[in-house]
Design a binder for this molecule. Structure first.
Ligand SMILES: [Zn+2]
Length: 734
């Protein structure tokens, strides 16, 4: 059915827009249509329309910069539309504005990179003059939608699972008159106790109508970004882009160079949040992520990681783990922190690894495993061996985001961050990362810690100089974090450098995988999704935290990219043990405990679960639609997730019973099925008899699961029967 809709839609699509006036143009996908116009001084997104739904009318023209600074002088800017430079193709709308003195060009662009999903937007300012200019703050996108006072709206957004998922995580709040909200994201989420947690930089606005329609916006950037909403009288105003606070923001555009706002995407949807999410995840996969990664059907790989032993890793442990990984049919062996000589000295510790790291990788490869390695490659320490990043070296000291006191010592795996926005620091880091990947025969590199600067107190780096009077420096877990008016610009340059390094490495080493960890879920965003292959989504690894982080993050990113580490957890029974494993089996599964310490029964059960993961769950995790079929997990009540792939007619329900002693069975209402079809249900652990049910029954009456123990689980697989059910059964459908 989807194919027919798509065909009809495409037939309509590209006939309409070109007949309109030259300054009004339209871009459209299966899910959203955007209409633009351009006045002589500024362009505007005029209208946003989710397919088949009422339009959102935007009253605000884009605010273009009205001045720049040259040699300390404020110089006003007058923009003029260059009509002959306007571009409109099937996938692109682009307006160009020019200022003759100083000579600047501004390109305002929207692009549909897929036939479905959202449309992307960016603004590029080119300095065509002879002098460096300083550009003031520029949002990626600003809006002022006309909204009638009586219209009921909701605002939906999710937090990062940074450190540990909060008790809320997923926010679905009424967007009523007077609503004012700002959400922030950065390269390293570490909000103070009284501060709101960082969000994954994305937000959705839904009209509370039967169609449950609306729009969403996301930011494809890992630096300091902000989303803002304000509803007042007939307006829903807001902005998306860089974070202007604490400001005033300014950034230098050297002569002949350009500045580009973080790319944002704007989508439309109907039928509620899971429907929007299912389109968004598919779009992120197709447009942002690396197709080479997805080409291997083993992605997301099943990984055994050494952090269960902490820093106490060595060759003997690695060999023992590799052999057990092979027996348990893992697909990657991953050495976490602890293998190196010291922070910033990314060479194997000779006492722990007398034969080096490549020998470990080769051993893993011989047993059919990929090999991944942890590294925090922008951290400087005190080691003095050749090749180490020593912060007492005057050259390295110039690269630091801030000096450290004379008595400073690095923590076991954390030092002080260098600012890779500085070309010399970037070059060192790039060479070092390339060396690590080549010398140690890596298939995967994990980056961790506070890697990408988001504040810097230096005044001779490419970013705006620090303002010492308004800059604070705070020590947080070994590193000194800088916060000041230039912070957003610091993060802008450092993030671009980080993206460059990984983009080039990905090109030179196709197939190399990138794990984005950043102390567990602190840099989860769409820019990182474009440059890495999977995210550690939280730094707390018990079953509840893993399920909570997955529940939140899976609204916006492909499930295959969402890694949960499974750590040692007090499993009193084998059912508890399965519950622990399965709580990490909804996306990318990494085991982070000593599997050789498992009992024979646990070993056997784990082997079975891993086989189920690879053969039955993974194809769904990669390709199926995902439905949140319960409230967010609280560890007490039941919670569940459903995958369903309409192309294969197959799906699965993960059912978790929390600590409740009283609720021994629970009914989940499934979503997304064909009400007129019959589905055969298979209970993996035989908690119930296998049976058949119609889509209608499963979605309305629901699927009841009974489990005898607290902290236990069941997997229910279902498959569409080849024939439609009898009309009497199907007639109760929607
Ligand atoms: Zn700097």
């Amino acid at each position: 059915m989807r194919a027919i809709v798509r065909f009809l839609f495409l037939s309509i699509l590209f006939i309409v827009p070109c007949a309109q006036a030259q300054s009004t143009m339209q871009l459209q996908t299966e899910d959203v249509a955007l209409t633009f116009d351009a006045a002589s001084s500024a362009p505007r997104l005029k209208e946003l329309r989710a397919t088949g739904q009422p339009a959102w009318f935007n009253r605000a023209a884009e605010t273009l910069p009205d001045h720049v600074e040259i040699n300390g002088q404020v110089t006003p800017i007058t923009w003029r539309l260059l009509s002959n430079a306007t571009k409109h193709t099937r996938h692109l709308v682009s307006y160009t504005y020019e200022c003759t003195s100083p000579h600047l060009k501004l390109i305002w662009e929207w692009e549909a990179r897929a036939d479905f999903g959202p449309i992307e937007h960016r603004i590029r300012v080119e300095n065509l003059g002879e002098s460096d200019i300083w550009l003031p703050f520029q949002d990626s996108w600003k809006f002022d939608f006309s909204v009638q006072p009586g219209v009921q709206l909701s605002h939906f957004y999710v937090e990062k699972g940074a450190d540990t998922p909060s008790p809320i995580g997923t926010h679905n709040v009424k967007l009523t008159e007077g609503y004012t909200w700002q959400g922030y994201s950065s390269t390293y989420a570490h909000p103070a106790e009284d501060e709101a947690r960082e969000i994954i930089p994305w937000s959705l606005v839904q009209r509370n109508s039967p169609a449950q329609d609306g729009w969403y916006v996301g930011i494809e950037f890992s630096g300091r970004t902000r989303l803002a909403f304000n509803r007042r009288r007939n307006s829903l105003k807001g902005a998306a882009g860089l974070n202007p606070a604490p400001g005033p923001f300014r950034t230098k555009i050297p002569a002949g160079e350009s500045f580009e706002t973080p790319q944002v995407f704007l989508g439309g949807f109907h039928s509620g949040i899971d429907a929007a999410s299912n389109v968004l995840r598919r779009w992120v996969r197709q447009v942002l992520t690396n197709p080479t990664t997805w080409a291997d059907p083993r992605y997301p790989y099943l990984v055994n990681n050494s952090w269960g032993s902490g820093m106490a890793v060595d060759e003997a442990l690695a060999h023992r783990m590799i052999e057990d990984s092979s027996d348990l049919q893992f697909e990657m062996f991953h050495i976490d922190a602890g293998w190196f000589r010291g922070v910033g000295d990314w060479y194997p510790n000779h006492e722990k690894f007398p034969h080096g790291m490549a020998a470990i990788a080769d051993h893993a490869h011989r047993l059919g495993l990929k090999f991944g390695l942890w590294v925090d490659w922008t951290q400087a320490g005190l080691n003095t061996e050749k090749g180490s990043l020593n912060l007492r070296d005057p050259k390295v000291r110039d690269w630091l985001v801030a000096d450290v006191p004379p008595d400073w010592e690095p923590e076991p795996f954390k030092g002080q961050t260098i600012d890779i926005g500085l070309p010399a620091a970037k070059n060192w880091a790039e060479e070092e990362v390339n060396r690590i990947v080549s010398d140690y025969h890596l298939d995967m590199i994990e980056h961790d810690g506070y890697l990408v600067a988001q504040g810097c107190d230096r005044s001779d780096h490419p970013h705006a100089p620090a303002d010492p009077a308004r800059t604070t420096i705070v020590r947080t877990s070994g590193a000194y974090f800088v916060h000041g008016p230039n912070s957003t610009d610091v993060s802008y340059h450092a993030v671009r450098a980080y993206y460059d390094i990984y983009a080039r490495l990905r090109k030179s080493k196709p197939g190399l995988l990138f794990e984005i960890c950043n102390d567990g879920g602190r840099m989860v965003d769409f820019g990182s999704a474009s440059h890495g292959d999977y995210f550690s989504i939280t730094d707390t690894y018990d079953p509840l935290s893993n399920r909570r982080a997955f529940y939140d993050t899976s609204f916006v990113l492909p499930a295959a990219m969402l890694e949960t580490y499974v750590e040692k957890w007090p499993a009193r029974s084998i059912e508890n043990f399965r519950y622990m494993l399965r709580s990490g089996m909804m996306g990318w599964l990494t085991i982070m405990l000593d599997t050789t310490a498992w009992s024979a029964e646990q070993h056997d059960v784990a082997k079975q679960e891993f086989a189920i993961y690879k053969t039955k769950l993974r194809p769904l995790i990669r390709d199926a639609a995902l439905f949140h079929i319960s409230e967010r997990p609280d560890g007490v009540r039941w919670d569940g997730m459903e995958y369903y792939d309409p192309t294969t007619g197959r799906g699965a329900v993960y059912a978790f019973r929390g600590s409740t002693e009283t609720e021994s069975s629970h009914t989940f209402r499934l979503k997304g099925l064909d009400p007129s079809r019959t589905y055969s249900l298979e209970f993996q652990d035989h908690s119930s008899e296998n049976r058949v049910a119609t889509g209608s029954v499963l979605m309305k009456a629901g699927l009841t699961v009974s489990l005898k123990q607290a902290d236990s689980s069941e997997l229910i697989f279902f498959a569409e029967s080849p024939n439609k059910s009898k009309p009497t059964e199907g007639s109760t459908g929607q």
